[in-house]
Design a protein around this ligand. Structure first.
Ligand code: PLP
Length: 358
């Protein structure tokens, strides 16, 4: 049997949630579960975090799935709605929406029936989603008068560079947000995971954390464990062949790796078809029986090759860990020039998911 599996450690998830509470004491916590909970499984993560104050999703269909799973907490549609029909669905599901643009304000003003929760997003310098800081007062006033909008509008913004220590951009964003919202009543929501971990000024009434809950850091120089977090996902497969490769032979597509000496090469039943990054360079570590061994050659769709010189006793059938508590996804991500979030999000449907610590 193909033994490629992702183990999801729900006890680790709950420890990370407790860490979020400790970092942002006094803040309410929105558990961000977009993109299938960063690849960990939406319903599974939602149900395991039943004490989260809210959930953040990117699509209405994810909100639907959380409600169908029986979750009754606040849910926030982080990218907001984009047409009038979405408002009926938001109302039917009791889901809050982000408002980041004036066209959404117009759609809300045209709607008579109400009580849709609104998180008004202000662009404080990321230049992605958000109303201009100079327009916040006017737009907040209009939303407050719209009968479709529930009271207690949350004021939010998103940080672009909170994973950099002492970021000047973060300081500028916090200051612009503060100035442009001064005197407007309502809760504030600023920090994402990097903000909660690195920028105390972003630990506002509400924090919105995703990566932190899954035990992941976005920084190149720090892994989740450096912040007291535990990786929730372990990705594992096994050796399905061991071959002796002679000096001078090439390994894999394109023959990009050439053996300098004779070496044992293990073939692992995992590839980019499972979500292991094709761009992970030769030399990316994997764990064979707990020992770090480097990959050799290009990652294929279903397979990858490993130099077994560090694990001379390895046998066919032995387990191989691609990432997990003893091999941070951040390390693999760095070898693939990406961040750990993209790796866990990318695990595909043919991988078997197994839960532990539930
Ligand atoms: C994805 C997202 C978050 C969570 O970001 P993390 O770095 O995973 O904590 C927070 N806020 C918004 C608006 C998001 O889209």
């Amino acid at each position: 049997m193909r033994a490629t599996k992702a183990t999801i450690d729900l006890a680790a998830l709950r420890r990370n949630y407790a860490q979020a509470r400790a970092y942002a004491a006094g803040s309410k916590i929105m558990a961000v579960v977009k993109a299938n909970a960063y690849g960990h499984g939406l319903e599974r993560i939602g149900l395991a975090l039943a004490d989260a104050d809210a959930f953040g999703v990117a699509t209405l269909s994810d909100a639907h799935r959380l409600r169908s799973a029986g979750l009754s907490q606040r849910i926030v549609l982080l990218s907001g709605f984009d047409e009038a029909a979405d408002l009926d669905e938001l109302a039917a599901l009791s889901v809050d929406t982000v408002v980041h643009h004036e066209y959404q304000v117009e759609l809300l003003e045209r709607r008579e029936k109400g009580q849709i929760g609104v998180w008004l997003k202000i662009d404080s310098g990321m230049n992605r989603l958000g109303v201009p800081a100079a327009a916040v007062r006017t737009i907040h006033g209009r939303l407050s008068l719209a009968s479709a909008v529930a009271d207690d509008i949350v004021l939010m913004t998103h940080l672009a560079s909170a994973d950099e220590a002492e970021s000047v951009q973060t300081a500028e964003q916090l200051s612009l947000f503060e100035r442009s919202t001064a005197g407007i009543p309502g809760p504030r929501s600023i920090g994402n995971s990097p903000g909660v971990l690195n920028a105390p000024g972003s630990r506002s009434d509400w924090v919105r954390v995703g990566g932190l809950l899954y035990g992941l850091s976005t920084r190149a120089d720090k892994v989740g464990a450096d912040y007291g977090l535990s990786p929730v996902m372990s990705l594992q497969s096994k050796l399905i062949a061991i071959n002796q490769v002679a000096a001078g032979q090439r390994i894999g597509y394109g023959g990009t790796y050439r053996a300098e000496t004779d070496l044992p090469v293990g073939i692992v039943a995992i590839g980019y078809g499972d979500g292991y990054p094709r761009h992970a360079r030769s030399g990316t570590p994997v764990l064979v029986n707990g020992t770090r061994c480097p990959t050799v050659g290009r990652v294929s769709m279903d397979l990858l090759a490993v130099d077994l010189r560090n694990a001379a006793n390895a046998r066919i059938g032995d387990p191989v860990i691609l990432w997990g508590p003893d091999l941070p996804a951040e390390t693999v991500a760095e070898c693939a020039e990406t961040i750990a979030y993209e790796l866990t999000c990318g695990v595909t449907r043919r991988v078997l998911y197994v839960e532990k610590g539930g």
